[in-house]
Design a protein around this ligand. Structure first.
Ligand code: CP
Length: 308
């Protein structure tokens, strides 16, 4: 591996990372992606390193890919079963993570429904903390894997136009992507109902009209409506959402000729995205995003464990 270094103890968000840090993660992830395509995917680079995954909110992609990532690098990986933990007896989140930390993990991967929880945990433990998603805060490894998927497809990132569409206000994926892609020189658009657009549009073009927002875009990144994070009044205003913002084949005619479609998952087919678009092998990067998620998480774990 190269002599470049990753000058961060934790990975709580994209905000503290420089473009150089992001590119280092992506370059390292390229190597792990090739490794993951091999026949025997078990290395020893993190032998002797202990990784605890503590997911206090549901997950499929992130949880399994962090487990695979640690195991493929040879780490000892343990998962806290949050529903069966002593939090059910009233133990607080911070007491829970301090208890885990007392067992001496090197890396603690955490997902929590409260914005700011990962930062709070990072301040309370000795282990390196990786934020696997905190409320509406950040989801840094999702943004890094999205950036890798874009870079791989186009061979570059700077100068591309990326339209992030849907429930941006409640999306940690959108927040991390806006930060990461902005640092990498992408022309950013946010597209959605006014109530779901970001408040601060600096360097981000805002659109409430989907057809205008995706016109000529190189990447259309669709997001799920996060009804679990909104009140009934707002949810009630979204009845015509599918017609106004759903990504259909018809609507996709407006994008750049070689444009791609992305979605972090989980998808609500027939709401924000039609199945014909999600499953379009020519345009959809959705399963490629999932595949690259393992490689990006391997790169992050390795760099945080001192593999800089
Ligand atoms: N994209 C993402 O975070 O998916 P999961 O909730 O399944 O981990």
């Amino acid at each position: 591996m190269s002599e470049a270094s990753f000058p961060h103890r934790d990975l709580v968000g994209i905000a503290p990372l420089s473009a150089k840090d992001i590119e280092l993660v992506l370059d390292r992830a390229e190597k792990w992606a090739a490794f993951n395509r091999g026949q025997r995917r078990r290395g020893d680079r993190l032998a002797g390193i202990t990784q605890i995954n503590a997911f206090f909110e549901p997950s499929t992609r992130t949880m399994i890919s962090f487990e695979l990532a640690g195991k493929r690098l040879g780490a000892d990986v343990v998962a806290l079963q949050a529903t069966g933990s002593s939090m059910a007896k009233g133990e607080s989140l911070i007491d829970t993570v301090r208890t885990l930390d007392a067992m001496g993990p090197d890396i603690l991967v955490v997902r929590h429904g409260r914005t700011g929880a990962a930062d709070e945990i990072a301040g309370a433990v000795n282990a390196a903390v990786v934020n696997a998603g905190d409320g509406t805060g950040e989801h840094p490894t999702q943004a890094l894997l999205d950036a890798l998927a874009i870079r791989r497809h186009f061979g570059r990132i700077a100068g591309l136009t990326v339209a992030i569409c849907g429930d941006i206000a409640h999306s940690r994926v959108a927040r991390s992507n806006l930060l990461a892609l902005g640092k990498l020189g992408v022309k950013l658009r946010a597209v959605g109902p006014q109530a779901l657009l970001p408040e601060d549009g600096d360097d981000i073009a805002l659109f409430t009209d989907m057809d205008e927002g995706i016109a000529g875009a190189d990447v259309v990144m669709m997001l799920r409506i996060q009804r679990e994070r909104m009140d009934d009044a707002l949810a009630g205003k979204l009845e015509d959402y599918r017609a106004r913002y759903g990504l259909s084949r018809e609507r996709l005619r407006r994008v750049a000729p070689d444009a791609v479609v992305m979605h972090p998952g989980p998808m609500n087919r027939g709401v924000e995205i039609e199945s014909a678009v999600a499953d379009d092998a020519e345009r959809s990067l959705i399963l490629k995003q999932v595949e690259l998620g393992v490689a990006v998480r391997m790169a992050c774990l390795d760099l945080l464990a001192g593999g800089g």
